[in-house]
Design a protein. Structure first.
Length: 318
């Protein structure tokens, strides 16, 4: 089975983060934060395979302008300035196919929330033990996007996903946690359609390991601090535990795959043996039928011979 991962994260000032810094890091670019005066330069960052900004506005959007606008639109000291979805891209697809899949999901999010999405596809980390970890970061504006009378980009009211559960209830919307579950299900649907289109038999499953009943161990969420230490080659208790769980799951998956292959081999052998038995039975029946017909022909010839002899004998008597 292909790897499933689709998680939602908040980029908020309450945790000391900014949309400008997050966007610069994920896209390996340089962005100057006009609100704080800080310059976030990640142009030396490696492993960023592809970036693109998506909107329904039909205009070119500058990344620095976009995320500075997102920061300036919020006044609260604990405001969320961006939403982020992180998705694992199936390693069973090639680079171009993974890119098209990520682009489709970004377009889906833009269409669902009428916001702007900033996509960055990352290659597996050099410090990761899993070279299949192709993934993408999709940052969303927390506000709907529009154009001013002079065709300038503006960010308007909050997107539905950002509304409080109290307000969502008044509007007849489900809780935000249920909406995230729906997005996870839609990611499964979109990814599986791409896998099918590519002629692959593998599929992803949004359900937890417990819900699937496959015996695998769920990983512990790694905070940005843990992730940063992992990139530096430093282990933490959480990263070590996750590595152990990854190794356990990988071994379990290999064993389950071997069992599956053994079952398939057994089924194939049984089918072949059954076919051979049926062929042997048909051959025996054919041989018996030939013998029966030969015996009938022999008897007919013998009877004909006897009749001829009888007629011949009668002719001599006369």
């Amino acid at each position: 089975m292909a790897i499933y991962h689709c998680s939602a994260h908040n980029i908020s000032r309450s945790s000391g983060r900014t949309a400008t810094a997050a966007a610069a890091y994920r896209t390996a670019t340089e962005i100057q934060d006009e609100r704080t005066g800080l310059t976030h330069d990640y142009t030396r960052k490696q492993g960023v395979m592809y970036t693109e900004i998506f909107s329904n506005l039909g205009i070119a959007i500058d990344r620095s302008e976009l995320w500075n606008l997102a920061e300036q639109a919020e006044k609260r000291s604990d405001a969320r300035t961006a939403k982020e979805f992180v998705i694992a891209l199936p390693h069973e697809l090639d680079q171009q196919q993974r890119q098209e899949l990520a682009r489709d999901f970004a377009r889906y999010l833009v269409s669902r929330y009428d916001c702007i999405a900033d996509l960055a596809i990352h290659a597996p980390s050099n410090h990761s033990e899993d070279d299949r970890n192709h993934h993408a970061h999709i940052m969303l504006t927390t506000r709907k996007a529009g154009l001013s009378d002079h065709q300038y980009l503006v960010l308007k009211e909050k997107i539905d996903l950002e509304l409080s559960n109290a307000k969502r209830k008044k509007l007849g919307f489900p809780a935000s946690s249920k909406e995230v579950v729906q997005i996870r299900q839609d990611w499964e649907r979109i990814a599986n359609s791409h896998l099918e289109r590519a002629g692959r038999s593998e599929r992803i499953d949004h359900r937890s390991y417990g819900e699937q009943g496959n015996g695998k161990q769920a990983q512990i969420h790694e905070t940005p601090q843990v992730t940063a230490m992992r990139r530096k080659g430093k282990q933490t208790e959480i990263s070590r535990a996750n590595d152990e769980r990854k190794a356990y799951n990988a071994q379990l998956e290999r064993e389950q795959q071997q069992e599956k292959e053994n079952r398939q081999t057994a089924l194939l052998n049984n089918a072949q043996n059954s076919l051979q038995a049926r062929l042997a039975e048909r051959e025996a029946q054919r041989a018996a039928e030939q013998a029966r017909r030969a015996e009938q022909e022999r008897k007919a010839q013998e009877q004909a011979k006897q009749v001829k002899q009888q007629r011949h004998g009668k002719g001599i008597t006369r």
